[in-house]
Design a protein around this ligand. Sequence first.
Ligand code: ZN
Length: 516
Amino acid sequence: MSKTPPLEQKRALERLRALDQERMHLARVTALLQWDEETCLPSGAVEERAEQLAVLEGLTHEKLVNPEVGRLLDNLGDGTGLETAEFPAGDFLRILRRDYDRAVKLPPEFVRESARAAGLSQAAWVRARKNNDFAAFAPHLEKMIDFARQKSVFLGWGCSPLGDTRGSVYDGLLDLHEPGLAEGDIAAVFGPLGDRLSALLRDISARPQPADAFLHHQYEVEKQDTFCRETLRALGFDFNRGRLDLSAHPFTTTLGFDDVRITTRYAAEDPLSGLFSVIHEGGHAFYELALESALRSSCLAEGTSMGIHESQSRLWENVIGRSRAFWKGWFPRFKEFFPSQLEGVPFESFYRAVNMVRPALIRVEADELSYSLHIILRFELEQQLFNNTLTVNELPAAWNTAMKRRLGIEPAFDAEGVLQDVHWSMGAFGYFPSYALGNIYGLQFWERLTADLPDTDAALERRDYAAIHEWLREKIHHYGRRAEPSFLIRKICGGDLSAEPFLHYIEKKYTELYGL
Ligand code: ZN
């Protein structure tokens, strides 16, 4: 397509990179204000902050839909001849094109209206959850489903009036979080995974539980914080390029190439909850902090998908952080911090308590084994909602039936059932699957990693994480958004998405733990 002389092409690329960089800087500054809102904003300032954020988000969006960006993208095509050792022009143009297309396909009026409706819907959800009143939330949920449906159609999915249908409406929503994965691909993996996990959970429920009273004594929060910081630093977190703070809900945010911040919360009677949040968010941060420097301040400078991101956080939190080898390394130190609480507790009892499996109604409190079941249940309900085989009014009953079938327990009221998560109230459909995909990808990667690094358990016992970081950086992290999830899986594991490594890991670990 391009007949533009090479020098002009180079200039056009420079111009496009400058425009993209401006947008990324604005987005990071916006993220800083959001971080501030979650960690230290005085409660009286919330309303004005929302106005400030709306202005900044509007400006960031304008930078992306700028017609000059569209012209430059058309002009530069796939970037043939522009690729250099310093900058991956082809990947840059491909990803920016995707972001640009997504943004310009949504009419500004639609974006404004759906944002307004999402605000009202979230407020209605907070009230409904508090009053256990699903009926009051139902009309908002219907509206959010409708907006999501329209969004997917605008983006070219489902029954597009333009006729450029790529897949189902729900495929379009999944694609926003996990590019390249369709609902059929996910269903084919989630269905059998759910059945095998449910069966294992039933077997475990019939076995005696390990004692864990020692994990519910009073553990001073200040000491927990000191221990967490020591652990995070030892795991490889560079406090010169990030921070750890407190917030109501733990999260990770990227404020720049050298500024990735994580948060946690502490509970005096549950010392591991804060720690595992730190390790989980640390896993997200390690990813964002290991990008190749060529990507700095560009649209490529972040993790490639929600699912791949969760694979990193869950790998650190569960596969590493709840392993015997990890605690062989850390239990003596943990005991030094809390000698009276852990007096006389043998290592094996501690390890079993850390890995207790107990089906729970609330997703965020779920153990490593049942967590994926919570996600599979939500995925199957979302599929039914978007394929019109389930109505919003039928949703609470369908939820309870699925809980009974998948986890063997049933909520007594909707606040601990269908109303528990914020996601649907915000219109975030197609988002949940990435959590379980994270578990699946994570073990596909881990299987390769431990084959390449057979010394891994011994390294974990001596608290040496360097080789793990190096492997993850080289195989996954450095690419940022340059590599699609399917590319990573194929390149690293030599096949497609498969739950077998995850199942094998779970079955081996918990069969041993529960003497099955
Ligand atoms: Zn996460």
